[in-house]
Design a protein around this ligand. Structure first.
Ligand SMILES: Nc1ncnc2c1ncn2[C@@H]1O[C@H](COP(=O)(O)OP(=O)(O)OP(=O)(O)O)[C@@H](O)[C@H]1O
Ligand SMILES: [Mg+2]
Length: 373
């Protein structure tokens, strides 16, 4: 069992990863580039390290990270955030990293490349063009989704944060969004806008070309209500129905891209069929929900990176619910037309549901929040 350095310690994803690896028997340290380090307060964290910002110059981050790895003899680095992963993809590390940022990772996280991969895999994905090609308005019509080509674009001196999409209703708004991404140093893409009905998420873990985790959940509520992050989720079957179709589609794009490791994808269901919206080749926002259901995805990824024996395939019982409390409270307060009725969701919430970051065996990370309230 090795020593693992988990990066992006301020995120709840890192907290879930630290707990997962600590419970798996690893010695875990946490790196963060800011004072508030949620995951560093976990009882599973043995050491917290200050690191330079991954958004700054490549050489500074590479030097700071190499020093920590050497001083504390880490065997593996685990990154949780797209921007850190974009920086790691430009650095030669002395130890393996999760996720691996080879060709497969690039083909999934470059949103223009993903269009090519999805088509070859026979998976529905919005028609996509590089904004620089110019004829997007005639080809795709309006509204358009305008995004950066990837959520974090790496330059030698900086990483450009470029998460999310702008839904442009007219040509002027689309052109302004394209100009804004381009000026910041992130090439833009334009996409056909998909009208959402149901939002499903799929997760797979792949090792040596085989899939050992197949998992899916449905989004019950999201904030902002017009299209945001899931704040209330329910796990669904991954071997049949729509959940099964989403997981099959994610598996197919991973296979086509030549990617092994953790993959999470967002799907919109249109006319009863899943349309792929985004692939995240990393741990995802509700990684803790996966842990509560016994998927053990972070541990599988570290075992693969360190050449250790694989765990047996995961199984879980669908129907478990999970909530992001701050987001859910905002959803409840929202008075807009997109939210729908509160009561059908509220009356199904139970104390034994999963709650993001909450663990009675490891309460310390949340105590400062509680006392601040
Ligand atoms: N083609 C599209 N049609 C409609 N909505 C879209 C489209 N593309 C993206 N969106 C919306 O914008 C959100 C952000 O887009 P996307 O997931 O591609 O960005 P990201 O930077 O990868 O974000 P994340 O941090 O969620 O991975 C999606 O969750 C979805 O709600
Ligand atoms: Mg993404």
């Amino acid at each position: 069992m090795g020593r693992i350095l988990v990066l992006d310690g301020h995120t709840t994803i890192a907290l879930a990863v630290v707990r997962a690896l600590g419970r798996g028997g690893y010695a875990v340290g946490v790196g963060a580039d800011r004072a508030s380090c949620l995951a560093g307060r976990s009882r599973h964290c043995l050491a917290a390290h200050a690191l330079p910002s991954p958004l700054g110059p490549r050489a500074d981050y590479a030097r700071g990270l190499a020093q920590v790895i050497a001083a504390d003899e880490y065997d593996c680095v685990f990154a949780c955030d797209d921007l850190t992963i974009a920086r790691l993809a430009t650095i030669d590390l002395a130890v393996p990293a999760v996720p691996t940022t080879g060709v497969g990772w690039r083909r999934l996280t470059d949103k223009a490349e993903l269009a090519v991969v999805a088509e070859a895999a026979g998976v529905r994905y919005p028609r996509t063009l590089l904004a620089a090609t110019g004829d997007a308005f005639d080809t795709l019509g309006l509204p358009l989704a305008v995004k950066a080509v990837s959520s974090g674009v790496a330059h030698e001196d900086r990483i450009v944060p470029a998460k999310g999409a702008v839904i442009a209703l007219d040509r002027a708004a689309a052109e302004a969004a394209i100009a804004s991404f381009t000026a910041r140093g992130a090439p833009a893409i334009v996409q056909e806008c998909v009208v959402r009905h149901t939002k499903l998420n799929a997760v797979v873990f792949r090792h040596d070309g085989a899939t050992t985790v197949r998992y899916a959940h449905r989004v019950l509520a999201e904030y902002p209500t017009a299209g945001g992050v899931g704040v209330s989720l329910v796990s669904i079957r991954a071997d049949a129905g729509l959940g099964g179709s989403c997981v099959d589609a994610l598996e197919a794009v991973c296979r086509e891209a030549g990617y092994d490791g953790i993959a999470h994808a967002e799907f919109y269901v249109v006319d009863g069929e899943p349309v792929l919206i985004d692939v995240n080749a990393r741990c995802w926002g509700s990684t803790w929900f996966g842990e509560l259901q016994g998927l053990r995805v972070p541990e599988r990824a570290v075992r693969a990176a360190c050449g250790e024996a694989s765990l047996p395939p995961a199984s879980y019982r669908p129907g478990r619910r999970f909530h992001f409390v701050p987001g859910l409270l905002r959803w409840l307060r929202d008075g807009g037309p997109e939210r729908g009725p509160r009561w059908p969701l509220v009356r199904t919430i139970r104390p034994w549901d999963g709650f993001d970051a909450v663990s009675f065996r490891d309460p310390a990370p949340l105590l400062p929040l509680a006392s601040r309230r």
